[in-house]
Ligand binder design. Structure first.
Ligand code: URA
Length: 213
C-alpha cells in the first residue's frame, strides 16, 4: 500500500487538503501525480502504446470525489490526449453540465490509456499492463464513488461476470474499497438503439452526485 495512504485519506475526509497540517502530504501527492504522468507518457508496455499518437492520462480535479471510467481512447482522444472529447464525450459532458456537476469534483479516465486498434474492446494484455496506472490514480484520488461507463469497465472493475447494463444500470457494487456505480457507455447512447436510455443515464448520474454529497 502507498506510503501515508491512511493519513492522506484522513486529511481528505476531514477537508484538510489545504491546511498547513497537510503541506508535506500535498507536495508528496503532487510529485506522485507527476511521476505517474511521466511514466504513462513513456509507456510502451502493450501494442497500443507503440501505435498511439498520445496517451490519454485522464483529467479532472486532483481532489475529485467522483471518478468516471470509460474503456479507452477513441480517435479524437488519441489526437488530443484528452478523455471523452469525441461525440460520446460531448454527450457525457453535456449531461454533466445539465446535472449541475461541479467539474472540480470529478475526474475522467479510462481502463486503458492508449487507443485500442479500430476501437476494439481493450485486449487482455493491454488491460493487464495499463490497469496499475488507473489503480494508482484511484489511490491518489481516493474517490467516494467510481462510475463505470459501460459493460467493459463495469466488468473489469467489479470483477463480476455477465453484467447487463440495460438491466443493471444504477446498481452500486464495489471495486476493492471503493463503491462502483454501473451505468451506460455514452457511445451506446448516441446510437439509434441507445438514445431511449439517455434519461436513465441522467438518473444514474444524479444518483452518483447524490451519493457523493
Ligand atoms: N470512449 C471511451 O471509453 N473513452 C474515451 O475517452 C472516449 C470514448
Amino acid at each position: 500500500m502507498e506510503e501515508n495512504y491512511f493519513y492522506k485519506k484522513w486529511i481528505k475526509w476531514n477537508g484538510l487538503e489545504f491546511s498547513p497540517l497537510n503541506r508535506i502530504s500535498v507536495t508528496d501527492t503532487q510529485s506522485e501525480w507527476e511521476t505517474l504522468r511521466e511514466e504513462v507518457s513513456r509507456c510502451r508496455a502493450c501494442l497500443y502504446g507503440t501505435k498511439r499518437l498520445h496517451p490519454v492520462f485522464g483529467e479532472g480535479g486532483s481532489t475529485a470525489s467522483l471518478v468516471f471510467v470509460g474503456e479507452g481512447p477513441g480517435r479524437e482522444e488519441d489526437e488530443t490526449g484528452r478523455p471523452f472529447v469525441g461525440r460520446a464525450g460531448r454527450l457525457l459532458r453535456q449531461v454533466l453540465e445539465e446535472t449541475g456537476t461541479d467539474l472540480s469534483q470529478i475526474y475522467i479516465a479510462n481502463i486503458v490509456k492508449c487507443r485500442p486498434f479500430n476501437n476494439e474492446n481493450p485486449r487482455e494484455e493491454a488491460v493487464k499492463a495499463c490497469l496499475p496506472y488507473l489503480e494508482r490514480q484511484l489511490n491518489l484520488l481516493s474517490p467516494r464513488l467510481i462510475v463505470a461507463l459501460g459493460k467493459v469497465p463495469g466488468t473489469i472493475l467489479s470483477g463480476e461476470k455477465e453484467i447487463k447494463i440495460t438491466r443493471e444500470h444504477g446498481r452500486i457494487t464495489r471495486h476493492g474499497e471503493f463503491p462502483l456505480l454501473l451505468t451506460f457507455h455514452p457511445s451506446f447512447l448516441i446510437r439509434p438503439n441507445g438514445a431511449s436510455f439517455i434519461p436513465s443515464f441522467k438518473e444514474d448520474i444524479r444518483k452518483a452526485l447524490d451519493f457523493i454529497r
